[in-house]
Design a protein around this ligand. Structure first.
Ligand code: ADP
Ligand code: AMP
Length: 214
């Protein structure tokens, strides 16, 4: 099964991806996480990506598309994958369509998680991620068992550099302008599933599983 997890920054894509990976044994591909890893490693890709991410802007399409193409061509993706945070522009969606044709694979579902904007701001301002494995937590809604320590790998929890107020406003506006139009694009293809993201994490997960099947 190949899935796109879709939605504005903060709807809970990473949180749900972690649970879906465990249930369906498929690969999690988060472009944001790939960029953050590259930034951590101070690679040329990381330096380039950081110049956009730090301002809340999207990384250019050609860079992001080639990164995803390379990743989904790898053999572990044959068991199925979750794309989290990709595509984010019409050009990315169209290129993904071509890549799927080339690789003879198809996207089964686009899971659109929907949350109101005020709630997104509350979620992003309280988000903490693990410095080592990238797992996502929230200071109120999804606390780790031990304060500031990751449940999965015991790594330290940090605030993402781009989860500041200015960047969040830019990212939400970019989502509305460039990414939200993809809802119609995938609805027209008949593969869009709308999920109420404004419920407890486990209930969002149950709604997804109910719609895509056990
Ligand atoms: P995304 O990957 O879509 O940007 P995350 O999965 O990182 O979003 O979630 C954003 C923040 O909201 C995190 O702090 C996460 O713990 C929290 N969160 C995720 N899902 C829910 C939910 N259903 N209810 C409340 N908080 C949530
Ligand atoms: P995320 O972890 O999905 O919130 O992504 C963090 C940041 O990485 C975004 O704000 C963008 O700057 C960049 N990014 C992630 N995915 C993409 C994408 N598909 N296209 C362009 N930029 C992206």
């Amino acid at each position: 099964m190949n899935i796109i997890l879709f939605g504005a920054p903060g709807v809970g894509k990473g949180t749900q991806a972690e649970k879906l990976v465990k249930k369906y044994h498929i690969v999690h591909i988060s472009t944001g996480e790939m960029f953050r890893d590259a930034i951590k490693g101070n690679t040329p890709l990381g330096q380039l990506a950081n110049s956009y991410i730090s301002k809340g802007h999207l990384v250019p399409d050609e860079v992001t598309i080639s990164l995803v193409k390379e990743r989904i061509s790898q053999s572990d993706c044959q068991k199925g994958f979750i794309l989290d945070g990709f595509p984010r522009t019409l050009q990315q969606a169209e290129c993904l369509g071509k890549i799927c044709l080339e690789l003879n694979i198809k996207i089964d579902y686009v899971i659109d998680i929907e949350v109101l904007e005020d709630e997104l701001i509350t979620r992003l301002s309280g988000r903490r991620i693990c410095k080592n494995c990238g797992s996502s937590y929230h200071v109120v809604f999804n606390k780790p068992k031990v304060n500031d320590v990751c449940d999965n790998c015991q790594g330290p929890l940090i605030t993402r550099d781009d989860d500041n107020k200015e960047s969040v406003i830019v990212r939400l506006n970019t989502y509305k302008k460039q990414t939200e139009p993809l809802i119609k694009y995938y609805m027209d293809q008949g593969i869009l599933l709308r999920i109420n993201g404004q419920q407890a994490i486990d209930d969002v997960f149950k709604e997804i599983v109910n719609k895509i099947g056990e």
